[in-house]
Design a protein around this ligand. Structure first.
Ligand SMILES: [Zn+2]
Ligand SMILES: [Zn+2]
Length: 141
């Protein structure tokens, strides 16, 4: 069992060793994929570097999610400015900074009320609705 864990840790470190190079080359999505499954709490600073990489690549919505989640408020506010979110709060939570504007309904939402992917953002209810539509179409309803 201890042997197994050691192997796992070795594999994890090998994967994580690729991340700085990916960040340097601007391959933010690949780096994020590795970090999502392999990063440890000790490597939190790397998430910030990754967010900066997304920002450099112009993928602002994803940079915003990482800054917001990890408490980098100054960076979050800067990206919020670039995304036109300054001064907007979540339409469900008046005390939370909006981190995205839903592309479907046009309302502003906080991190708990919406989801980002690549450079897109939608609120949970619009997402649920499009998933329902999509499933219905697949089933031929
Ligand atoms: Zn929406
Ligand atoms: Zn909210």
């Amino acid at each position: 069992m201890a042997e197994f864990r050691k192997e796992q840790e070795e594999k994890r470190r090998q994967e994580m060793a690729k991340v700085p190079g990916l960040i340097q080359r601007g391959e933010a999505f690949k780096a994020k994929e590795i970090m999502t499954s392999h990063s440890s709490p000790a490597e939190q600073g790397l998430w910030r570097e990754l967010a900066q990489c997304f920002e450099r690549e112009g993928i602002l919505q994803t940079a915003m999610m990482i800054y917001n989640r990890d408490g980098y408020n100054a960076e979050r506010d800067r990206v919020a400015g670039r995304l036109g979110l300054t001064g907007h709060v979540c339409c469900n939570h008046a005390d939370r900074q909006a981190i995205g504007r839903c592309e479907k309904c046009g309302e502003y939402f906080c991190i708990g009320c919406g989801e980002e992917w690549a450079n897109h953002f939608a609120c949970n209810s619009c997402l649920a609705e499009s998933r329902r539509d999509w499933t219905s179409r697949l089933r031929g309803w």
